[in-house]
Design a protein around this ligand. Structure first.
Ligand code: SF4
Length: 98
């Protein structure tokens, strides 16, 4: 564990995996994203500070979520209340039960 990681309060360091398969966000997540202005009516994601190139990459990423105990798309993880930050290849997760 690096010094930087120690500074943030988090319970899990979750590895980010890449998949080639096209992924679909669950409808409830889409609704949440729309409600918070992070997705437009056409289903296009609008995340602040995230470039289209980065977004494309994020869409192909998954995390093996320790809370939901299943693979979760990175986009869904990114907007999860437990999400703290992303450091090289890992998500720092608060790990609260949701
Ligand atoms: S931030 Fe949320 S989705 Fe991501 S690993 Fe933690 S609990 Fe799972």
């Amino acid at each position: 564990m690096t010094f930087f990681m120690d500074e943030l309060e988090h319970k899990y360091e979750v590895d980010i995996k890449t998949t080639e398969a096209k992924q679909k966000l669950p409808q409830n997540i889409k609704d949440e994203l729309k409600a918070s202005g992070m997705m437009d009516d056409k289903g296009k994601l609008k995340l602040k500070g995230v470039s289209p190139k980065m977004l494309k990459r994020m869409k192909q990423e998954l995390v093996d979520c320790p809370v939901f105990k299943e693979d979760i798309q990175f986009i869904q993880c990114f907007v999860c209340p437990n999400f703290q930050s992303r450091v090289t290849g890992k998500v720092l997760c608060k790990g609260d039960s949701l």
